[in-house]
Design a protein around this ligand. Structure first.
Ligand code: SF4
Ligand code: SF4
Length: 765
């Protein structure tokens, strides 16, 4: 960036513009005064463009000067700080500086008169801060544009990252008649202003800085020039013309570049800040002071001593006017702002806010009421005066007809509401009022359309979501159905396979006959083990003989089981249910094929295709019949094996029991020897038959087991009972730890005696 101010630097002119009476001399002859501390201050939560701040204090809370009382509520918002120390006495609707006389949310502080500051954190060297930290300091200080628009400064500094800001414009124009706040600020605080510009330069890193001041402020120009003597910013002084202070107009004057219609200075790499904003940035960063006061012009012929004051935000307008010597009898119209762009205040109770650069208490002679409006005579004066090259008379007609599209097409929103057109209008038409109303209508309409569009989008998105959910459900349903069909098909495939070779059937187990043999073998083993146990305890001859018999019986039972399993291994067996199912299916297949074959055979003149089909079906039918025959043979063999052997064994047993019963009956009846012999022979044959049947079924010989069940005599029974009782008594005593040794010895002796007696008796028998 190249250095130094240059008085002869190039400047450009803007279209239109007017030269109303400046009347700045009323207030620019005295230094800035300090306004008195009011007893009560009202701080609106919306003193800027964007979302109102959010209260962070409560009624009754004591606050210090500079303390945060309402925080920024969103990106385009700024916080509010207590302008003095005192107590929060009210939070709610309060008179607001607006032409309508509206109320708006505010925090009311009753001053304690002490002006006690909160702890401030000045930044000694902001150059050490990164960009975000520096912007955060400005944001936290609650700074919004001090020129009148009130746009949050930190938001303005967050220009689009891709957009390089090459030119920083500092607006010291103050073109509006009567207002001299910036003039006095530049005169008295030029060094702070330059310091603020330094901070902006640190943030933005522009290629050049242009400071624009109208030539009607010689003292301010001189002060800034002096402050710049060691600086490297370019001061541009240009002829006074209203409204040179408009942002777009100033850029055009200083650079010759026009901001495109509907665009922003940032779109062409430029940024514009007011001189008052620069001082506020200096105070915030260097001293850590938030924005709690500003310099405001108190002027107009209704005031005895017009002046500029440094005043705390929230100070009631009435108190300020009183301080400047308001003569109520002279007052005709009280305006916040200048005579061109300001608005009439309906109430003295409204507070001064961050954007208030002037209070104009005018007399009737000074600002006479406008004459009644007359019809437009299409003189074109308004178009000549418009600095934005608009067609004010056309806009006026479109506004009356509420032709919004035409208004937008004729760039209504490029109108800066400077009032130059209305100022020159010979018909005294309040043109700006029409434009403001039309802008409001269009914004309302667009807001409603936007909301409707958003609702529509939400509805369409919901419909789309529901549609996708339905589709997803349908896909899932189809997937489930396909999976079920697959499982069914796999089952259907598995069934015939099992019917054909048994490989896919459930594992075959033992047949019923084999199970029976297995149980008998197990029982024989159990009986053998029991006897062996007894033999181990009482080694006697008859027990040894019994064990031998039982061992032989167990071996025979096991052999019978092994033989049965070897003859018909369990793995080769087809489970009855599967075999039944396979047989049934084979029958159905064969029947269906047969029906198809017969149907085709009935055709008198079958086509070649039908003949081929018949041949194919016959082959299939033949295979099906073979399969059926095979399954039927398998089933019948299984059935014979499972049913025949047990039946013959049963018959033999019954026959033997009958022959034995006949013999016993004959013996009891003391029949003759010939009858008894015949019956004994019949019994022997029955026993033979049973042995054969058992042999066929591989069952152990029954007579070996029966030896254990020979009838015993009364004496043996009594002795056995005595042995059992003696053994039980002994065990009972042995289980009891406290049993006397004598009792145990007696019990053992009793058992030994009983066993000896039983043994002797058995030996005698
Ligand atoms: S200056 Fe007034 S009368 Fe003339 S054209 Fe414009 S609006 Fe009509
Ligand atoms: S108020 Fe609008 S239309 Fe009228 S002169 Fe100013 S910019 Fe042009």
């Amino acid at each position: 960036m190249t250095a130094v101010h240059n008085p002869d630097a190039l400047i450009w002119d803007i279209p239109g513009g007017i030269h109303p009476a400046e009347r700045k001399e009323l207030s620019n002859r005295t230094p800035i005064q300090q306004a008195p501390l009011p007893k009560r201050l009202s701080l609106p939560l919306a003193q800027h463009l964007g979302a109102p701040a959010e209260t962070v204090v409560a009624v009754g809370e004591h606050v210090l000067k500079g303390q945060l009382i309402a925080d920024a509520n969103g990106f385009v918002s700024v916080p509010v700080h207590a302008p003095t120390s005192g107590t929060v006495s009210f939070i709610g609707p309060q008179p607001y500086p607006h032409v309508s006389g509206m109320f708006a949310p505010a925090i009311v502080i009753d001053s304690d008169g002490l002006e006690q500051w909160c702890s401030l954190t000045p930044c000694q060297d902001y150059r050490q801060l990164d960009r975000d930290a520096l912007v955060a300091l400005i944001r936290q200080a609650g700074i919004s544009g001090m020129g009148g628009a009130g746009f949050p400064t930190a938001v303005k500094l967050n220009a689009r990252p891709t957009q390089k800001i090459h030119t920083l414009i500092i607006n010291g124009t103050e073109c509006e008649p009567y207002i001299t706040a910036d003039d006095l600020l530049m005169r008295e605080r030029a060094s702070e202003m330059i310091s603020g510009i330094d901070i902006l330069v640190q943030l933005i890193q522009p290629d050049q800085v242009l400071i624009g001041i109208e030539d009607n402020k010689p003292e301010a120009i001189s002060a800034v020039r002096s402050a710049l003597s060691e600086g490297n910013y370019q001061l541009k002084v240009f002829p006074t013309k209203y409204p040179s202070g408009g942002e777009k107009q100033l850029i055009q004057i200083l650079t010759g570049v026009e901001v495109p219609s509907g665009g922003l200075p940032a779109d062409i790499g430029m940024l514009c800040h007011n001189v008052g904003t620069c001082v506020a940035i200096h105070d915030a960063v260097v001293h850590g002071k938030p924005l709690i006061s500003r310099i405001t012009t108190l002027t107009g012929e209704a005031l005895a001593t017009p002046m500029n004051v440094e005043v705390l935000l929230g100070t009631p307008v009435g108190e300020l006017l009183a301080f400047a010597g308001l003569d109520q009898s002279k007052l005709n119209r009280l305006i916040m702002g200048g005579p061109m762009m300001g608005f009439t205040l309906p109430d003295f109770a409204v507070p001064l806010i961050k954007t208030t650069n002037c209070l104009l208490a005018s007399t009737t002679a000074e600002l006479p009421p406008p004459p009644p409006a007359m019809p437009c005579i299409r003189c074109g004066e308004c178009a000549e005066a418009c600095p934005a090259s608009l067609l004010p008379q056309q806009l006026h007609f479109f506004a009356i007809g509420q032709e919004h599209e035409q208004l937008k097409a004729h760039n209504l929103f490029d109108c800066i509401e400077c009032g130059a057109c209305a100022y020159v209008c010979p018909s005294s038409i309040p043109l700006v009022q029409y434009y403001r109303a039309a802008k409001g209508e269009i914004r309302d309409l667009e807001h409603k359309q936007l909301k409707a569009e958003q609702s529509k989008q939400r509805f369409e998105l919901r419909q789309e979501r529901l549609r996708r959910a339905d589709e997803q459900k349908e896909v899932e349903r189809q997937a489930r159905a396909a999976k079920a069909a697959q499982a069914k098909a796999a089952q259907a495939q598995a069934a015939p396979a099992a019917g054909n070779d048994g490989s896919a059937a459930k594992p075959a187990g033992l047949s019923d006959a084999q199970k029976k043999l297995k149980i008998e073998a197990s029982m024989a083993q159990v009986a053998l083990k029991k006897a062996e146990k007894q033999l181990a305890t009482h080694a006697r001859a008859e027990l040894q003989a019994q064990v031998d018999e039982l061992r032989s019986a167990a071996a025979s039972a096991q052999q019978a089981l092994d033989t049965a399993i070897a003859a018909n291994p369990p793995t080769a067996a087809t489970p009855p249910a599967a075999a039944d199912g396979a047989l049934k299916k084979a029958k159905i297949d064969a029947a269906m094929l047969r029906a198809q074959v017969r149907k085709l055979e009935k055709l008198e003149t079958p086509s070649s295709e039908q003949q081929n089909q018949l041949q194919h079906l016959r082959a299939q039918f033949e295979a099906a019949e073979k399969r059926l025959a095979s399954l039927e043979a398998q089933t019948s063999a299984t059935s014979v094996k499972e049913t025949e052997a047990p039946d013959s064994l049963k018959k033999a047993k019954i026959e033997l029991a009958m022959k034995r019963a006949e013999l016993k009956k004959a013996e009891k009846a003391e029949s003759d020897e010939a009858t008894l012999h015949s019956l004994r022979e019949a019994l022997a044959h029955a026993e033979q038959a049973l042995h054969q049947a058992e042999g066929a079924s591989n069952k152990p010989a029954p007579e070996l087991v029966r030896t254990d069940k020979k009838p015993i005599d009364q004496a043996t029974r009594a002795l056995k009972t005595e042995v059992a009782f003696a053994r039980a008594d002994l065990r009972k005593l042995e289980r009891d730890e406290n049993s006397p040794a004598e009792a145990l010895a007696a019990a053992r002796q009793r058992l030994a005696d009983a066993e000896n007696q039983l043994q002797q008796h058995a030996g005698n028998c």
